[in-house]
Design a protein around this ligand. Structure first.
Ligand code: B12
Ligand code: SF4
Length: 490
């Protein structure tokens, strides 16, 4: 069979820098500023391609690189989708099915909304597919494709396949080498779907498998796409020690407790860590409680960031506007404090009730979701009613935060005058975002009129009790290890 894996169009992808930035790759050959696609490639499709039995022909069509159209020759089309990609995924699926080609959908959005996805696909896979993909292919070959597949048992982490990177175009991504070392997250924040999808138990690949995978990579720059690479610090230290001889440069996502462990930061740096992406979410103590992210202690952020900087590691902070307790002070304080922290990069999002999260459940119960136009669920648009602000006000504040953080004035304040090659790289990356903002969001930003304050005269009354949680049986992974699965103890 010819199996086509498709990542649907993703025009909201915000990492496209203006073309002239491709020259910056001369200063930093590890980063491909000339990329036409996303920051990282679709590892999910490359992983599924790797576990497809070898008698089948596989190819990947990535809508981050070019608009995908349903004109390819295929016997089966396998489509992935994050929520913001769902409408494009459904369009593509409908077009292939109109040609009589069966379609399977999987990934985070179809997993959270299987009935909806099932209206556009012959089959929907809920949760992780590593353990069932080969059987599904066999079912297709036998003409017995089922409408649903769901493997509750987590994949043995030593069995995760080496992704078929040969099917991807290395020139399409800013960082081509993305590697996953863990799945799941123990923190269970209420705006995040990772625990619903991959479970609350932190699972990790054997370190020797990760080293083996890294040795197959070209180039010296890796992004570990884990949700939190330091979830178990003891294991992270072992991983970092094993990375030292490989002489790679890497970045990844961590929680803020990274800064509370000197040895962990030291080993991270020695193993090539250049920067960490941290979900600070907010500087407000009340809003962090809204988020249910108890590992974060806003009053310690400045000290924590200072410690990470002292270890020689850059910080890419992620902030969310729109928690129920956010007021006007939150926007101002956030910008002042992050500039003071000299953070190198920041991402600002609007709180978004993604399907499968506790927040989605809560807002549904409170009848506060304004629409389910999934395309707008890209964390950049307001899709729910906030008690104090109208959507346009929060939208303005988010865009304003980007403009101010990536302004030349703020860059001087945060990054200083560049003195080393590493400083030049940081400046280039900041300028690339500055350029992207001007080119892509300029009109949007200025369309807001200052006189429309967007603050409600009377705050909206809130409905139900605020602590809504995802029940255990709503998670797509149950925690029973597969028979014979080696479980390392930490
Ligand atoms: C790397 C990454 C990216 C990369 C690359 C994405 C890509 N194409 O792979 C980039 C930077 C482009 C990206 C962008 C965004 N991302 Co992102 N990203 C991730 C991250 C950290 C890792 C993904 C990954 O590679 N996992 C490893 C693979 C092997 O696992 P997997 O994707 O889950 O795939 C498995 C199963 O899902 C399933 N599967 C997946 N696809 C398919 C398809 C078929 C046919 C089948 C059968 C099975 C199947 O099988 C796989 C193997 O078991 C995840 C977090 C996470 N834990 O997944 C967030 C995540 C997917 N991203 C998320 C979000 C919100 C975004 C953004 C909207 C954020 C933003 N504003 O920038 C944008 C999207 C913009 C847009 N308009 O679409 C959310 C998605 C939530 C949702 N409901 O949509 C996640 C879950 C993070 C989170 N904490 O909530 N992201
Ligand atoms: S936001 Fe981060 S820390 Fe919280 S559950 Fe999601 S991945 Fe874990």
């Amino acid at each position: 069979m010819k199996i086509l894996f498709a990542n649907p169009d993703n025009d909201a992808n915000m990492y496209k820098a203006p073309k002239f930035f491709r020259h910056a790759s001369r200063v930093s050959p590890d980063l491909n500023f000339g990329a036409t696609g996303a920051l990282f490639p679709p590892l999910n499709l490359a992983t599924l391609a790797a576990i497809t039995p070898p008698e089948h022909q596989v190819s990947i069509d990535d809508g981050c690189l070019h608009p995908v159209s349903a004109d390819k020759d295929a016997d089966l089309v396998a489509i992935t989708a994050m929520t913001a990609q769902a409408p494009a995924a459904y369009r593509l699926a409908d077009q292939y099915r109109a040609r009589g080609i069966p379609v399977v959908m999987g990934g985070i959005h179809p997993s959270m909304c299987p009935d909806e996805a099932g209206q556009h696909a012959d089959s929907v896979v809920l949760g992780e597919a590593d353990g069932l993909w080969a059987d599904l292919i066999q079912d297709v070959a036998n003409g017995k494709l089922k409408s649903r597949y769901h493997d509750l048992t987590p994949i043995a982490m030593d069995k995760i396949a080496l992704p078929r990177r040969d099917l991807l175009d290395p020139s399409g991504y800013v960082i081509f080498n993305s590697v996953q070392t863990t799945r799941g997250c123990p923190f269970n924040c209420n705006f995040c779907s990772v625990t619903t999808m991959s479970g609350i138990k932190y699972r990790f690949r054997p370190i020797e498998k990760i080293v083996e995978e890294i040795k197959t990579l070209n180039g010296r720059c890796i992004y570990f796409v884990d949700d939190n690479i330091i979830g178990i610090p003891k294991r992270a230290k072992e991983l970092f020690k094993a990375l030292i001889p490989l002489k790679q440069r890497w970045a990844s996502q961590v929680t803020i407790n990274f800064a509370r462990d000197e040895e962990l930061m030291k080993l991270a740096r020695e193993s090539g860590c250049q920067g960490v992406f941290i979900g600070f979410e907010t500087f407000s103590k009340k809003s962090i409680r809204d988020a249910g992210k108890f590992v974060n202690k806003p009053k310690e952020y400045l000290r924590d960031i200072q410690r990470i900087h002292k270890a020689g590691i850059a910080v890419w902070g992620s902030f969310i506007f729109g928690f129920d307790n956010d007021d006007l002070d939150v926007f101002r304080d956030t910008l002042e404090l992050i500039e003071e922290s000299k953070m190198e990069f920041a991402q600002f999002s609007l709180l978004t009730p993604l399907p499968g999260t506790a927040l989605f459940k809560q807002f549904e119960e409170e009848n506060r979701i304004v629409h389910k136009d999934w395309k707008k669920y890209d964390l950049g648009a307001m899709v729910f009613k906030h008690p104090l602000f109208e959507g346009k006000r929060l939208h303005f504040e988010k865009n304003h935060a980007y403009r101010r953080f990536y302004s030349i004035r703020s860059m001087f304040k945060r990054l200083g005058v560049p003195k080393s090659r590493a400083d030049v790289v940081l400046w280039i990356c900041n300028l690339a975002v500055n350029g992207a903002i001007k080119y892509r969001w300029g009109r949007d930003y200025w369309s807001w009129k200052e006189k429309e304050s967007g603050v409600r005269d009377v705050p909206l009354p809130l409905g139900v009790d605020r602590v809504v949680k995802i029940r255990k049986d709503e998670r797509l992974v149950a925690h029973m290890p597969r028979q014979g699965q080696p479980v390392a103890q930490y």
